[in-house]
Design a protein around this ligand. Structure first.
Ligand code: LIP
Length: 276
């Protein structure tokens, strides 16, 4: 799928994703006092703040200067076409509701992808980074490189998903959508999952959840309703850490459903959460 990319080209894309995620992360951590809602999207609770907009503008400006032939798909702005076969998929603040409430659990997610990120199964992330500014943690990978966690103090560790094989002993992350009827259905599913797992964590950012599965801080994760920008970079970090991803009916992970973790847990969790 997409242009032939050498290991050196992939490393260059990853380096840029890392630099951009950290740069935008350092911008948004300076949260303005009295931050409010700048706009709403799919529902009254699906909010945008001015910092989501500023972070995305920074990412777009940098990419226009560094990679003018690449396309851009960002959460807060119009798509930009490209000619290179590379599309940058941007989430300027993943975990916006946490950010609005000053809960330090949000991240900047930057991914370089090939194919069409708006069509399930027709795209692939080749390099990506997720920066958690409050913890100073940068999760990153490129295709074939393995996945890594780099801290602001310069420590670097290779990541691998947990070795847990029993769903009943598993700590599982999940999330809920912005529409009440979607949440009603998600509530029914979580009620079904709860008796079958160790416990559930709802931390509020899919990008961080996927990276925490890659780091073994969660054993598995599932969510329905994610957009490409919520999962693009985290998905690569997870698979490069030895994890598996699955969508509805065994299809690729996508908006309708994303299940992530070691293969053994994905095989047990997917049938529980994959409902029509
Ligand atoms: C968020 C996701 C989270 C989900 C939220 C929301 P946003 O993305 O990361 O997993 O549960 O409903 O979609 O809107 O903060 O970019």
């Amino acid at each position: 799928m997409g242009p032939q990319l050498s290991a050196a080209a992939l490393a260059t894309l990853e380096r840029l994703a890392r630099d951009l995620a950290v740069e935008a992360g350092r911008l948004v951590i300076e949260r303005p006092h009295g931050l409010g809602v700048a706009a709403t999207k799919s529902s009254e609770t699906d909010v945008v703040t001015v910092m989501d907009q500023r972070s995305e503008q920074l990412l777009r400006d940098r990419l226009a200067a560094e990679r003018p032939d690449d396309a851009i798909l960002g959460e807060e702005g119009d798509s930009v076409p490209g000619t290179s076969g590379i599309t940058w998929v941007l989430d300027p603040i993943d975990g916006t509701v946490n950010y609005l409430y000053d809960i330090p659990q949000y991240a900047v997610s930057v991914a370089a992808c090939v194919g069409d990120p708006t069509t399930p199964g027709a795209w692939e992330t080749v390099a990506g980074a997720v920066y958690h500014p409050s913890l100073g943690e940068l999760f990153h990978a490129h295709r074939g490189s393995g996945a890594f966690l780099r801290t602001d103090s310069g420590d670097v560790e290779a990541l691998s998903v947990s070795g847990e094989t029993a769903l009943g002993r598993s700590l599982v992350g999940t999330g809920f959508g912005y529409a009440a009827d979607v949440r009603r259905r998600q509530g029914e599913i979580v009620a079904r999952v709860l008796p079958q797992v160790r416990d559930i964590r709802r931390a509020g950012s899919a990008a961080i959840d996927l990276c925490w599965v890659a780091a073994g801080r969660l054993d598995a994760y599932y969510e329905s309703g994610l957009n490409p920008w919520d999962l693009a970079a985290g998905a690569l970090v997870l698979t490069e850490a030895g994890g598996a991803l699955r969508g509805p009916g065994g299809e690729p992970a996508q908006t309708r459903l994303t299940v992530a973790g070691p293969q053994a847990l994905v095989d047990q969790l997917a049938p529980l959460v994959d409902t029509p």
